[in-house]
Design a protein around this ligand. Structure first.
Ligand SMILES: NC(=O)c1ccc[n+]([C@@H]2O[C@H](COP(=O)([O-])OP(=O)(O)OC[C@H]3O[C@@H](n4cnc5c(N)ncnc54)[C@H](O)[C@@H]3O)[C@@H](O)[C@H]2O)c1
Length: 268
């Protein structure tokens, strides 16, 4: 017989847990950090954007949340070590890591330089790799935890951003590999693959209208909707889930191309 009150708590109560969220000064990461803190976790907000990160931490602390901000460039191993040392001194444990930091450079393969390629892959893929590599031992010390890597629904097809797309496919491979390596340490590793969420990453991009037009649900997603999935995967409600991709894109990956054909030919 299930204890439903306990199940409800498992989904919403992160009391006593500590989380680190990268790229959390603004956009989806900021909403994810706020939701985890609202659920009771101590949250280290990390980003290269100092003013925005400090402003968020100040607001959340004033609302009674247990948060701190640290400037962290996810490509810096030394930066990660500093962040993990801060957490060790602060709460002594790490239960949740959200590798959310990401950048994009919308150029074709023809136009993209090798250095431009490296920069995107370095932040999006190598940054997450360093995070997983250095955070896992700290998580393992207290029995494990949950790592959530933010990929993209572009990691299910070819796309028009070569380095971004390759880096987001890399996140899916890293996620599965890490899930295998750390399962016995009690660490679960999953990926979230959002579709269009309007943020500073894409606010002025010409692809917004056409993307919404092709999305079966005819809208962009909200950062809140991704944050709820982060909370689920971070919490004990997902205790038997590891090594998985979770697409959240209003049905785009499910078959938007075929749906357009069906619409244009009168089948739908
Ligand atoms: N917006 C979308 O439609 C969409 C879709 C799929 C996936 N995503 C992914 O979601 C994540 C969040 O993106 P967003 O939409 O909130 O965009 P955003 O640009 O608002 O947020 C990205 C954050 O990452 C930070 N960042 C960039 N480089 C960093 C570095 N080297 N170290 C630390 N932080 C760094 C930025 O300062 C920013 O705060 C990204 O990984 C992005 O690829 C976004």
């Amino acid at each position: 017989m299930s204890d439903f009150a306990k199940l409800k708590d498992a989904m919403s109560d992160l009391s006593g847990k500590t989380a680190l969220v990268t790229g959390a000064a603004r956009g989806q990461g900021a909403v994810e950090a706020e939701l985890l803190a609202t659920a009771g976790a101590s949250v280290l907000i990390c980003d290269v954007l100092v003013d925005e990160g400090e402003a968020l931490a100040t607001r959340l602390a004033a609302e009674g949340r247990d948060v701190k901000f640290l400037k962290l460039d996810v490509t810096s191993e030394a930066g990660w070590l500093e962040a993990l040392a801060l957490i060790r001194d602060w709460t002594g444990r790490l239960d949740i890591l959200v590798n959310n930091a990401g950048i994009i450079n919308r150029k074709t393969i023809t136009d993209m330089s090798v250095d431009e390629w490296k920069k995107v892959v370095e932040v999006n893929a190598t940054g997450a790799f360093i995070g997983v590599k250095l955070a896992a031992p700290l998580m393992a010390e207290t029995g494990g935890g949950s790592i959530v890597n933010i990929s993209s629904n572009s990691a299910f097809s070819g796309h028009y951003d070569p380095a971004y797309t390759a880096s987001k496919w890399a996140i899916r491979g890293l996620t599965r590999t890490a899930a295998m390596e750390f399962a016995e340490d009690g660490i679960r590793v999953n990926a979230i693959c959002p579709g269009l969420i309007v943020t500073d990453l894409n606010r002025n991009s010409p692809h917004l209208g056409p993307m919404i037009g092709m999305t079966p649900m005819s809208r962009a997603g909200e950062a809140d909707e991704v944050a709820q999935l982060v909370l689920f995967l971070a919490s004990d409600a997902s205790a038997f889930i590891t090594g998985e991709d979770f697409v959240i894109d209003g049905g785009f990956t499910a078959g938007a191309g075929y749906r357009r054909v069906a619409k244009e030919t009168g089948i739908l």
